[in-house]
Design a protein around this ligand. Sequence first.
Ligand code: F6R
Length: 361
Amino acid sequence: EKGEYRHFMEKEIHEQPDSVQHTLSEYLDLVTGAAKPQAVDFAALDRIQIVACGTAFYAGQIARYAFEKLAGLPCDVEIASEFRYRSPAVSPRTLAVAVSQSGETADTLASLTWCKAQGLKTAAVVNVHSSSMAREAEVLWPTHAGPEIGVASTKAFTAQVAALLALAVAAGVARGRIDAATESELVKALFESPRLIADALRMGDSIRAVVQDLAKADDVLFLGRGAMFPLAMEGALKLKEISYIHAEGYAAGELKHGPIALIDEETPTIALAPLDDMFEKTASNLQEVAARGGPVIMITPERAPDLHGAGIRRIHAPDCHPLIAPLVYAVPVQLLAYYTAVQKGTDVDQPRNLAKSVTVE
Ligand code: F6R
């Protein structure tokens, strides 16, 4: 039941401190500050191949940054509907990982089955633990988001990201890339995310203050760098799905290679700008947007330097360890889509033309 909330989506957004906490506890030990040993021998792998659709695909893309950086493990991420039909070349020491809320998405399941038939090791990050993918994969990596009713995925997404980030730490330890001190620092950072997600949920008022402008837009651009790039694409997907506003997520560094042509007074840019080592680069991209008259909404910590660009509005997000920024910044991204849809009066939980689970192609 929805309880005090207007929509399941709103309720599910607010459940994220708990769903992320439960999911992290599956993979990490809060008391010892260690990643739990896994059934997969990460040291014996030379590649990870993630296959997924939609929001789960973006969770996979976020994970790629962590698997490569923390574990030195090459990681490919592909949309399952492409992967399954293009006869991909896979090396034998590849772990295939299907990521799915339902565990029933036809293309993802078919990709997993194909990988298994190739003799690859297989794992599934799924939220429905009795699903077809959970049964098909050799290793089940559960998320603990609980049932997700809203068609637009929210808490299942952050649970997928949490599980995959925790697994990337485990892989880094297993491959000798992370020492004990770093392991406990990263585990601690991950366990701080439920509290910071709860802080981010308090951004509702400042987000509501910008959605009137957003709801009038025909096109919205989401920008980010690093793991904020796939989150920008997820933000664009959420906005499209429930508010029916056309939106695109781009890597901020790609702006000059095309999308800057879209910038005008009517096209808002939402920037995901945590204070990481890419902040200055993202900031200079935003100044370019502002200089061309494009309204910018910058989601950034309060202590981030001012950009002195006319037309740059800031929404303050909790400051956090860069590893968990995709979990914390997922919240304002979801709330932006949610409040914009509410402002437009669309059917938030049952958007037009969409099904919760795509079990046919
Ligand atoms: C977006 C959304 C879809 C799903 C996609 C995969 O809000 O819900 O893009 O993420 O259909 O579904 P699962 O994760 O069940 O495989």
